[in-house]
Design a protein around this ligand. Sequence first.
Ligand SMILES: O=C(O)CCC(=O)C(=O)O
Ligand SMILES: [Fe+2]
Length: 294
Amino acid sequence: MSICELNKNKAAELALPVGLKPTHAWQCYTLMQHPGLIVIRNPFMALGQRYWMSRCLRDYPQKPNISNLDANPAMADFSTDWWMELQRSTDKQAKQRIKTSMRWTTLGYHHNWDTKVYDEAMHNKFPDDLKALCQFFSLAIGFANYEPQAAIVNYYPIGTTLSGHTDHSELNLKAPLFSFSFGQAAIFLIGGTTVDEKPSALFLRSGDVLVMSEQSRLCYHAVPRILPTDLKPWNDCLPPTKDDDKAVGHCMDTVLYSNVYDDQFWLPFEDYITDSRINVNVRQVLEFGKTEFK
Ligand SMILES: O=C(O)CCC(=O)C(=O)O
Ligand SMILES: [Fe+2]
């Protein structure tokens, strides 16, 4: 791996989203064998990690977003507010079943897993906070005018995997794909554009940001293993500062940002992440300048 110089000046033109380390402290790598693949090693502050994990658990699975539970009649009772149902449940076995039942939720343009197409009719508003975060990262890698339009949030209880695939359903394959990892660590395999190429293995830890751009955008990849880790960077918390009011400018939920510092509030999230990984996978769907399919 080699260190790549981010377009830090460009990113510095934008205010730093709350919950991120200053860009001069970011460690960013590229891989010689995989042009276009960029790894930014945990650019998040602890509270930033807690904020995004809690958004993924408490908020993003809620309607109108779509989750795997919607298609499962046995889980219909939990699909309206999965997180609340999980907190409500007192039976140990039932709790474990609810916890591990959530596998994915889609935001913005909802990917149809059967037809593998996006559709204008299957579209909700993309979360403003996640949009602002991705646009900051996009500028940092020197890519202007990025429009995050679809996200898949993957939930990986320990023992689960994601098989090899390419992400090619987007009409726009020139825009980078941003992938955020939180919680337990994972082995990530990235190969070439055919299954014949031998993949490279990366270890992704909590807070790591992986960018798939240029030649690597259409490469096969997989998550064969989630690995428990002793490192809990989301717990090295400094208290929120007055500056954190700036979160408003990045459309973040400022109440949530200050709440996650409270260990009592954080406890159920800690409980979840202690044996699970969350991945947020963001894509631009439409061609540049387009606001809908046509
Ligand atoms: O969990 C990951 O790191 C990758 C997820 C992924 O490849 C996808 O959602 O398409
Ligand atoms: Fe993928």
